[in-house]
Design a protein. Sequence first.
Length: 114
Amino acid sequence: MKGKGVTTRSSSLDPRDDAPDLTTIALSKGWFERGGKRISKKAGRAAFRRLLGKKQVNMMLDVAVIEYFKAKAGGRGYQTLINEALRQAMGREALEKVLRRIVREEIRSRRKAA
């Protein structure tokens, strides 16, 4: 970023995406732009959410779960920690499936060899 109003874009993002470029001025004023033209807040928020790869959901959680994550988060967002915990659970499930498949294959190959 070289100055106020200059678009900041990470090189890891796809330059062909339709998410609006975000500038420091736009962020401070609360508007979105695409191709130098202002777009509605609704369209800007939708594009920003697509860029983040997140979707807003409403769900009921136990009070104890929320309190646990809020306490663990400290100054950081507790919802971020809940998201990370869910991602880790997904990873463990995938790992468990792979390990089970490998063990089954090993058992089969040893039975055939015996």
